[in-house]
Design a protein around this ligand. Structure first.
Ligand code: AMP
Length: 418
């Protein structure tokens, strides 16, 4: 299928062509006709599948038809609620790109910055509002936002909003919108809480899934190193230097941890920057730009900050710490292999993280290559704590072995891994 087969207005087709897109991605192919049809939609899709365009393009098409070149005061007709500032900025850029040959206007609002410029634009009137939940409710309470004329509400990254404790805010926001609105809900995973939310707020929704729930991107090659906790920084440096890695996104569980990793890399002469919630919006944008422009080869991020990072063809993701929530692993490795490009996701698992790795394996059900050949494997320790399934002895290249275990319960293939 081609974009021209989707009966989109010429101005959108032109903008999409300028982005270099020829074919819609699977989520776009399925979701765009449904949204154009005015139906509610639940979309289960990971980041990197092109889901932003899957809702932005049909929204622009519909509003362009309604608003046209009218000079009447603009009213908010589409609202996109998303968990983080970075995501909000990224979605705003998508609307800018695809809507550049229309007269539609839009605004992106988020907290942590002055509300004055945001309020100035709201006063003039906009067609599309992209917002994080807190700032949206705040400005609504102050009377600057009128959602009475809303056509379409998008709840983006719904599972992340839940994880971040925004569920009540989301419920409040939905109640501020007209009941005959169109509602689109997107989520990378579909836990029960999300299904309940969909049942509560969507009417007879169509459902679109582009990869099995919680599956990891197939194009991503995954590798794991079982490494002593205290040696993770050395291993990181060792990999970056020996394997000449650049454009590396490193995940740290904590902000403090992210800063420490950056410090240790810089000490060894590797230019690195951290991106996390303690940094101002301006500082985060500056760091992100430096990474995108390849001035900095290593970006160390916390999960929340990383949610909004959209970098095409990110080749390497490194899980410096394993996440304790398995779905977070899926989100993280979805940062590489975006829009069909291959990528490598490397994870470090220390002894105390072994239970996390077990949970991740249960969720992803994908063979992950275990790299044994490195200087800092686990030392002999307390055999009570961990049992990691051993790889069978068929190396696919020097020092690498595939863990072909199909079931976590299979005792046959288990071996203590230290
Ligand atoms: P998303 O899943 O919305 O974060 O999009 C991931 C990346 O895919 C972004 O960098 C988009 O610019 C890109 N993208 C979206 N749609 C297409 C398409 N049809 N063809 C090629 N790239 C696309």
């Amino acid at each position: 299928m081609l974009f021209e087969d989707l009966s989109l207005s010429k101005s959108i087709q032109r903008a999409v062509a300028e982005e270099g897109y020829t074919q819609p991605t699977p989520i776009q192919e399925q979701a765009i006709p449904i949204v154009l049809d005015g139906r509610d939609l639940v979309g289960c899709a990971q980041t990197g599948t092109g889901k932003t365009a899957a809702f932005a393009i049909p929204i622009i098409h519909q509003l362009h038809r309604i608003v046209g070149s009218s000079n009447k005061k603009k009213l908010i007709r589409a609202l996109i609620v998303t968990p983080t500032r970075e995501l909000a900025v990224q979605i705003g850029q998508n609307f800018d790109n695809y809507g550049k040959y229309t007269n539609l206007t839009q605004l992106t609002i988020f907290g942590g910055v002055s509300q004055v410029p945001q309020v100035d634009v709201l006063r003039k009137g906009i067609d599309i509002l992209i917002a994080t939940p807190g700032r949206l409710l705040d400005l609504h309470k102050q009377g600057f936002i009128d959602l009475d004329h809303l056509h379409t509400l998008v709840l983006d990254e719904a599972d992340q909003m839940l994880d971040m404790g925004f569920v009540n805010d989301v419920k409040k926001i939905v109640k501020l919108t007209p009941s005959n609105r169109q509602t689109l809900l997107f989520s990378a995973t579909m836990p029960i809480a999300i299904r309940e939310l969909a049942e509560m707020f969507l009417t007879d929704p169509a459902s679109v899934t582009v990869s099995p729930v919680s599956s990891t991107a197939e194009k991503v090659e995954q590798r794991i190193y079982f490494v002593d906790k205290t040696e993770k920084r050395n291993l990181l440096y060792h990999l970056i230097r020996n394997e000449k890695l650049s454009d590396v996104l490193v995940f740290s569980r904590t902000k403090h941890g992210a800063d420490n990793v950056v410090r240790s890399l810089r000490k060894k002469g590797v230019p690195a920057e951290a991106i996390h919630g303690d940094k101002s919006q301006t500082a985060r944008q500056r760091v992100l730009d430096a990474f995108k422009n390849k001035e900095v080869g290593v970006l160390v991020a916390t999960d929340i900050a990383a949610r909004g990072i959209d970098i095409d063809q990110l080749p390497f993701v490194i899980n410096f710490d394993l996440p304790n929530i398995p779905e977070t692993y899926v989100h993280r490795i979805g940062r590489t292999g975006r829009a069909g490009n291959g990528g490598i996701a490397i994870s470090f698992c220390s002894r105390d993280e072994a239970p996390y790795w077990k949970d991740i394996q249960k969720l992803i059900k994908v063979d992950v290559t275990i790299i044994e050949d490195h200087p800092w494997p686990w030392h002999q320790g307390n055999p009570e704590t961990e049992t990691i399934a051993a790889p069978p002895k068929h190396s696919n290249r020097s020092g690498e072995k595939k863990n072909s275990r199909k079931s976590n319960n299979s005792k046959k293939n288990k071996k203590r891994w230290y």
